[in-house]
Design a protein around this ligand. Structure first.
Ligand code: BES
Ligand code: MN
Ligand code: ZN
Length: 496
């Protein structure tokens, strides 16, 4: 849902109106803008009753005293303001938005309680945190829209030392926010409304931003020999699609960075059908693809100086008379043969053909795939870190660093020939499952068999893309996880 919240940036000294947000450090330290409101005593007294101490992300919600120009005051704790990380600035904005609820006219005094100026990027991050917190997928709530999510139209003025710097930083941050919101919308959307064709149409909308989008339908996919991907799709009455998105923001001849997403619009498991409990969650089995589309939107929206390619495989995994069977053998695009042991291990079958396609067609600088690939990654890492597997230490390091910076953390997992043995098959080059143990690793080993020479990383986002951790900046089931991470990795390392 696009929440029509508008942000503007101004110099301090405006007449405070509506709801005012101020930051308070540990021991209720207040900056000069906040002190100028003349409510220091009120805050101290109220804080004592509410046991608010200025601890980071705590909030205090007060009615403005009579005789002031504004009507409500929200105090957000920063703890030690010198220790605030980039992710903390996002969280502060999220915490503020969480306290704001349905406020329509908001003024944020964006200053550090210790008197130091926040950098323009930190002010923009605060605004981005507000924007992401305000997101709510409530289009099917016919009655009251979800409260506390800032779901109504709000005009937010942020006063800060360097408004023009903040405005500039916000134009990039806003584009990133739009990418995250798009990814969340796609993950939250039910599968009856978002099949492969509809998803491809959503990807095509990026054309408006200057992204070249090509949609490959079944005849082309057959011509491209994507039999592993097509095998997954053959039990569904909805035909598959592959979307190829190209953003050319770098030098003409530069090899692109490439992102590949699993887009299983619904995963019943196929003939190896899943149990009924929680199967509805499998509408989110296209979370990897959603993040790739959101990332391309962010990169194009902020006109990133990079050549980037996004490729998503859109299929539905269904059981019917035409469905793939356990025991079937398919020849993947690479020429390697795969024995299907379990039709529920379908994500790797979609991705393997896309990896081959990406490497052959684009000769990319690197490939990162994102997939809600295994339940086992939830067992290993829960829903905080995503699992990361990489054949290249430099790429792994780039992802780890971006993860620390953005709060979208990845944890490196092993690849090893010993695990690779677990997917050797009696009848074909490999089988699509490796047995009971190390399920996330054998899935990654499977993918690695389709990467020839390109630096590659695989992110298993089954725990982070959906049914996700509720944070200051995310209250949504579909998290849009990975858009900020990958945008940052690109910005830090691959922009010219
Ligand atoms: N889409 C699922 C993985 C998944 C599980 C994502 C839970 C999100 C939450 C994937 O296609 C799958 O079914 N994987 C199987 C693999 C198994 C058959 C080897 C799994 O994890 O059980
Ligand atoms: Mn499955
Ligand atoms: Zn799946």
């Amino acid at each position: 849902m696009t929440v029509p919240t508008t942000f503007s940036f101004a110099k301090p000294g405006r007449k405070p109106t509506g709801t005012v947000v101020v930051l308070a450090g540990a021991d209720l330290l207040l900056g000069s803008q906040a002190r100028a409101l003349g409510v220091t005593d009120l805050i101290i007294r109220a804080a004592a009753t509410a046991s608010f101490t200025g601890k980071a992300m705590a909030t205090l919600d007060l009615l403005a005293p009579a005789g002031t120009d504004f009507d409500r005051l929200i105090v957000v704790g920063t703890g030690n303001p010198a220790g605030l990380s980039e992710y903390d600035w996002l969280r502060l904005g999220g915490a503020a938005m969480g306290a704001l609820g349905r406020a329509k006219s908001v003024m944020v005094l964006a200053e550090r309680p210790d008197g130091k100026r926040p950098a323009p990027g930190q002010v923009a991050d605060f605004a981005l945190g507000m924007r992401l917190r305000a997101y709510a997928y409530d289009k099917f709530k016919t009655g009251k829209k979800s409260a506390g999510a800032g779901a109504s139209k709000a005009a937010i003025t942020i006063t800060c030392a360097d408004p023009s710097g903040a405005r500039k930083a916000w134009s990039a941050a806003e584009a990133i926010g739009e990418g995250v919101v798009l990814a969340r919308d796609l993950v939250n959307e039910p599968a009856n409304l978002l099949g492969p064709v509809e998803f491809a149409r959503k990807a095509s909308e990026l054309k408006k931003l200057g992204v070249k989008v090509q949609i490959l339908a079944e005849p082309e996919l057959k011509k491209l020999d994507m039999a592993a991907l097509l095998g997954v799709s053959q039990g569904s009455s909805r035909p598959p699609r592959v979307a190829v998105m190209q953003w050319q923001g770098g030098k003409a001849k530069d090899a692109p960075v490439t992102f590949i997403g699993k887009g299983v619009v619904f995963d019943t498991g196929g003939i190896s059908i899943k149990p009924a409990a929680n199967m509805e969650n499998m509408k989110g089995d296209m979370g990897g693809a959603a993040t790739v589309v959101g990332l391309m939107k962010a990169l194009a929206g902020r006109k990133a100086k990079v050549n980037a390619v996004g490729i998503i495989g859109l299929v539905e995994n269904m059981p019917d008379g035409a469905a793939q069977r356990p025991g079937d053998i398919v020849t993947a695009k690479s020429g390697k043969t795969i024995e299907i042991i379990n039709t529920d291990a379908e994500g790797r079958l979609v991705l393997c053909d896309l990896l081959t396609y990406a490497e052959e067609r684009f000769k990319p600088k690197l490939m990162v795939d994102l997939a809600t690939l295994t339940g086992a990654i939830l067992v290993a890492l829960g829903n905080y870190y995503a699992g990361m597997f990489a054949n290249d230490d430099g790429l792994a390091e780039a992802l780890l660093t971006a993860g620390r910076e953005t709060g979208e953390g990845v944890w490196r997992m092993p690849l090893d020939p010993e695990y690779d043995k677990m997917i050797d098959s009696k009848f074909a080059d490999m089988k699509n499952v490796g047995g009971r143990y190390a399920g996330s690793v054998t899935a990654a080993q499977f993918l690695q068999r389709f990467v020839e020479k390109t630096p590659w990383a695989h992110l298993d986002v089954a725990g982070t893309a959906m049914d996700s951790r509720q944070t200051e900046i995310n209250q949504s089931w579909g998290s849009g996880w990975g858009v900020r991470l990958l945008d940052r990795m690109v910005a830090d390392r691959y922009e010219t």
